[in-house]
Design a protein around this ligand. Sequence first.
Ligand code: ASP
Length: 441
Amino acid sequence: MAILSAPVFWLVTLGCFVGLYLLGRTPMPLWLRVIIALIAGGVVGYLSGDAAASVKPIGDGFIKLIRMLIVPLVFTTIVAGVISMGDPKRIGSLGAKTILLYLSTTLFAVTIGLAAGNIVQPGIGVDYTTAGEGAQSAIVERLEKANAAQRGPVEQILDIIPANPLQAMVEGNILSVIFFSILFGIGIIASGQGEKSVGRGMESAAEAVLKLTGFIMGLAPYGVFALMAWVLGTQGLAVLENLAKLALALYAACVIHIIFVYGGLIRVILGLPFVKFIRGMLDAMSTAFSTASSSATLPVTMSNVTKNLGVEKSVAGSVLPLGATVNMDGTSIYLGIVALFAAQAVGMDLAMSDYFAIAATVTAASVGTASVPSASLFLAVAVLTVFGVTEEQAVLIVALIFPFDRLLDMMRTMTNVTGDAAVATTVAKWEGALDEEVFRR
Ligand code: ASP
């Protein structure tokens, strides 16, 4: 739907940027400006078609700026967090609660995904043999790479221990950075340095990186506008023409999951107002929606959870980076739906045992999914083959979805990030590390 030509697109975009800048000078809160940018960017992009592709560098620049903060933020907040907990036993109890909650929300997600796939039946009547050659070879290539890198479960756990912590930081290997940071924090406490310069320095550094996140978030309206214009310009709503039912099932399931599972956690279990939770998370939710990457959103999530929800930095600093890497409820919902999509497309009836096998692989796959755009779609092949879809069929099905995946990815990433925050809030409340006054403000 290209109504606007390239020069007009840029004129309108510049106009919108000026408008966003002026709104930034009013008392209007950031989350509202980001949402305005999200909608405006989407509409302008949709009306401009491919002309909107040229605005992508502005979005990329924004993502790079936030990504730049991930490693320093994870390292400093975890070390400072461990120091402020002051007692290694507390780390154990916090870790156990976190893992338990991450697992339980994921199980709800898989169940909701499978239910949505059964009710909406997105794969009935879909001709899965029509996937484009380009998409097919892209999938096969990724698959071969993944197979070559395939490692056993014990090796994967050992991989978390970095051979060299600095290298893990350079490679952005978050689990290894988390591992080293926790140990380093424990070392600082054990050597009685918590109150001395190393300990104090880490706390100040964490404070400084969070401040930087705040500055960069000031650019979010422009970055989000650009990303939305690019996505809707280049992909439009093709997903709705081609995979309408899949999109419907995913969006509905994610909304239900957010309202009932996270809402239940916050409202019923913690007795806190859920609306305030969502309101406090809107910057992170819209950043997740527009970037489709939970790890790129991490600094924003961290800032929202500590500043707006009142979660102590020690809890947010350890629960959120772990969540961004291993806890993906939106992704679990999605993989469950894709499994049923495939079964319906190839005309297979599933037995109860197939559902259990799917649930188990989906949970494992969501833990293993990298937190970058479209990561989970490539793991879908592994999920499909557990219940008897052949690898060739799986590749065709994934290749069929791949070109339209972005709009689906945006929703699941937003759900992933919201889930991390809901768990961080719950753990904080249980650990007595939640400032409810801030939360309710
Ligand atoms: N893009 C998702 C995320 O970053 C992962 C996925 O489901 O592809 O959370």
